[in-house]
Ligand binder design. Structure first.
Ligand SMILES: C[S@@+](CC[C@H](N)C(=O)[O-])C[C@H]1O[C@@H](n2cnc3c(N)ncnc32)[C@H](O)[C@@H]1O
Length: 221
């Protein structure tokens, strides 16, 4: 496959293709975060990194097999509910995905974003991508509650086997102390779906959703 990945992050698109056993001939990535690019380059030195989507000429990738991307969700997400600018804010980068779709005309596309966006934004994306989204919770496959919408023209069979991973199944156990989580939290039990609650904040944060903080940390009671 030849793959064009926008907003590539740490190249999870490549991880997914690898795990699915789909051979990748070329994987072209557009990403601007230097740390994400560093991770991607370490794991996959063969990936071609091209930087900013806004200056890209996507006609170069005409006939690629797959266009994949999850554009920034900051102004779509309910997390910023008061100041949400929807598809006019940072999340307007979605329209770069639409441009890439028209310029490169891939055989398949897959676009992902937050399920908490408003109906108007969802309808605009439906119209631009000419399909309706699938709603999938990553908790069905991993130790993280993460409701997301997926727009695709890939024929999808939604019968899948859910797994029951909890945080302890994915935490590393032997890591340097500098990666310990240092803020105060109430420990509820490592086998619990929600295994800790942060202290001193008004909103309870379900630690199960905070994999990025805890991925490399140990629990200290
Ligand atoms: C929601 S994240 C996508 C994460 C990715 N799916 C992954 O698996 O790691 C959006 C990404 O878009 C990147 N981004 C923001 N502006 C960009 C731009 N102008 N060009 C390319 N990437 C950009 C951000 O740095 C961020 O990594």
């Amino acid at each position: 496959m030849n793959v064009l990945s926008l907003f590539d992050g740490i190249s999870c698109g490549m991880v997914a293709l690898e795990r699915t056993g789909i051979p990748v001939e070329r994987y072209v990535a557009y990403e601007i975060d230097k740390y994400a690019i560093k991770v991607s380059k370490k794991n996959y030195p063969q990936i071609e990194h091209c930087g900013d989507v806004t200056t890209a000429d996507f006609t170069k990738y005409y006939g690629f097999d797959l266009l994949v991307g999850g554009s920034p969700c900051q102004s779509l997400s309910i997390v910023r509910s008061k100041a949400r600018q929807h598809l006019q804010g940072k999340s307007k980068l979605f329209f770069e995905f639409v441009r890439a779709l028209h310029e490169s005309k891939p055989r398949y596309f897959l676009f992902e974003n937050v399920a908490s966006m408003n109906e108007e934004s969802k309808n605009i994306i439906n119209k631009e991508l000419n399909c309706k989204p699938l709603l999938i919770d990553s908790a069905d496959f991993s130790a993280q509650n993460r409701l997301r919408l997926y727009w695709t023209n890939i024929p999808v069979n939604m019968c899948y086997k859910k797994n029951a991973d909890v945080l302890k199944d994915i935490l590393q156990s032997d890591v340097d102390e500098k990666y310990y989580y240092s803020k105060a939290f109430d420990f509820l039990g490592i086998d619990k779906k929600v295994c800790a609650l942060l202290k001193n904040i008004k909103v309870y944060i379900y630690i199960i959703s905070q994999i990025t903080i805890l991925r490399n940390s140990k629990f200290k009671k």
